[in-house]
Design a protein around this ligand. Structure first.
Ligand code: ADP
Ligand code: MG
Length: 532
């Protein structure tokens, strides 16, 4: 048997990294700015644990474009690198200095939110460059600045140089196919996309791109209603104010922060999906969160930030990832709890927002059993005449006496088109039945699903047939049933076998006392009458 280590031929691997590392070339900006952020955060950490004693000064990252030289330069005032460090972290592909730093300083100082961990990000610069230079001066005292240069072949040069300030400049000589990255507007757009909420100031020209402490990174107790609303405006400048929001904040068993906003939904066709952005340590990752957030929650807007969601991996992998599953369950629970809380603390407010919430709540109850369990308490159904809302429990209390069928099931009567069905509905209402409105997009499916999920509940639509045949609960027979009433009842049972009706009948007994009979009893009496 032979054992051995697989040898990688750099000549072969390099073009692969360059070409296929990321399908989206613009990502090199995210990678290089992230490295600059990491270098800055590392310096802050070293300062806070007393390993760096110098002046921190203004810690910012600058992005500069030189159209003549065709260069794009990203500079930071972070830790910098010594010649040995360049050799270790840059010349060794896939050796991550970020990982190493994290292992060493985990839980120490502040600012240990390091972004990198694959040790490949830097090389994405070669996707768009003929040549890349690193000019860097370490924060360590008495160490010379160095210049590293590479044209994308596995050969590099490394030499001493002069650099006044601590930190690193990455100079990319943009290649011909990538000239789009010499366009100011394009760079501005990319920076705004990926860097908008990075924790270290990023400047392009005179303008600072980012808000370094976005609301989701703060404690809920530090934030006012206005703070949440203005952050929403920052995310979606043209949207109406949100209805409410949920601040997510969990450390264990995974780490996740974020704010999810519930948008105002005026009309169901206005629903905008894909309005949740995924961040990792404040770096934008993607707008496509459908594998992380359950589908019914895709109507929410906002930001989730988790360093625990694996990036740069395939979708199918994401779906199977245990952290992703836990995150999805956590978000679902938080949303259900929030709805429950509003329902309990502010029922009028909840009812007012139901038009927006309802669609989403019903969808959630249909697709997620845990959500349904909680939803059973706060789901409300509006009376067809819009006078009030019932929870399932309240409906049961008010309607059970009249609307329980022979199997003991509660029958929820509903109207799908209250205007068209007005006369039937009025007729049924006048007879004392409780009818709810079920006229939104999801209702047909919701009814279907809930009939199988809710025990001992069935739904019946009020239409012409049913309305005519519903027994008037106010109607009191004076003496024995008239022929007419008898036919009516028979018809009713024919049409609506599941309805079990209680009717008050007078004069069936010698004492002529009003009695309440149940269906079997009524049937027996009717048979008796027929026999007599
Ligand atoms: P990762 O960030 O995943 O570790 P990269 O390929 O992006 O991998 O970077 C490799 C290493 O190079 C980093 O971990 C860091 O040690 C070093 N490095 C890259 N850019 C900088 C910089 N601007 N300042 C200091 N060190 C840097
Ligand atoms: Mg990196």
């Amino acid at each position: 048997m032979q054992k051995g280590a697989i040898r990688v031929q750099t000549e072969n691997i390099f073009p692969i990294i360059k070409k296929f590392l990321y399908s989206d070339h613009e990502i090199f900006i995210r990678e290089l700015v992230s490295n600059a952020v990491d270098a800055t955060q590392k310096l802050k950490t070293l300062a806070s644990v007393g390993e760096f004693k110098g002046e921190l000064g203004a810690l910012e990252i600058t992005v500069k474009l030189d159209k003549e030289k065709k260069t794009l330069t990203i500079s930071d005032r972070g830790v910098g690198m010594t010649a040995e460090e360049v050799d270790k972290y840059i010349n060794q592909v896939a050796f991550s200095g970020a990982e190493e730093f994290l292992t060493k300083y985990k839980g120490q100082g502040d600012g240990t939110n390091i972004i990198g961990h694959f040790g490949l990000g830097f090389y994405s610069s070669f996707m768009v460059s003929n040549e890349v230079e690193i000019i860097t001066k370490s924060h360590k005292e008495g160490v010379a600045a160095v210049r590293w240069e590479c044209d994308g072949s596995p050969e590099y040069t490394l030499e001493e140089t002069t650099k006044e300030d601590r930190g690193t400049d990455i100079v990319m000589h943009i290649n011909e196919e990538s000239e789009e990255f010499l366009d100011e507007h394009r760079i501005q757009t990319i920076l705004e996309k990926f860097c908008k909420f990075l924790p270290v100031p990023v400047k392009f020209g005179d303008k600072q791109i980012n808000n370094t402490s976005p609301a989701w990174t703060k404690k809920p107790s530090e934030l006012t209603t206005e703070d949440y609303q203005s952050f929403y405006k920052e995310l979606y400048p043209f949207s109406e104010p949100p209805l409410f929001w949920i601040h997510l904040n969990v450390d264990y068993p995974f780490s996740l922060t974020g704010i999810l906003y519930f948008p105002k939904i005026n009309k169901s066709y206005e629903i905008q999906k894909d309005k949740i952005s995924l961040y990792s340590n404040q770096v934008f990752v993607t707008d496509e969160v459908k594998d992380i957030v359950p589908e019914f929650l895709m109507l929410l807007h906002g930001v989730i930030d988790s360093p625990d969601i694996p990036l740069n991996v395939s979708r199918s992998y994401l779906q199977g990832d245990p952290n992703v599953k836990k995150i999805s369950a956590y978000i679902t629970r938080k949303v259900a709890d929030k709805l429950d809380e509003i329902f309990r603390n502010d029922r009028p407010g909840f009812e007012e927002k139901w038009e927006s919430i309802g669609l989403f709540a019903k969808y959630g109850m249909m697709t997620d059993d845990k959500f349904q369990e909680k939803g059973n308490k706060f789901l409300i159904m509006q009376d067809v005449d819009a006078s009030k809302y019932y929870t399932l429990e309240e409906y049961k209390q008010e309607a059970a006496a009249l609307q329980t069928n022979k199997d003991g099931n509660l029958v929820i009567l509903y109207g799908t088109n209250p205007i068209q069905q007005d006369s039937y509905i009025q007729a049924a209402k006048n007879k004392g039945y409780k009818i709810v409105k079920m006229d939104t997009l999801v209702d047909a499916a919701f009814i279907n699903t809930m009939e199988s999920k809710w025990e001992k509940v069935s739904f019946t639509r009020v239409d012409a047939d049913i309305a005519d045949n519903l027994i008037d609960q106010n109607e009191k027979a004076d003496s024995v049933l008239t022929q007419d009433q008898e036919t009516k009842l028979k018809e009713l049972f024919g049409h609506l076998p599941q309805l079990h009706v209680k009717v008050e009948l007078k004069g069936l007994s010698a004492e002529a006392q009003p009695v309440i009979v149940t269906r079997p009893e009524l049937m027996r009496r009717m048979k008796d009458m027929a026999a007599a």
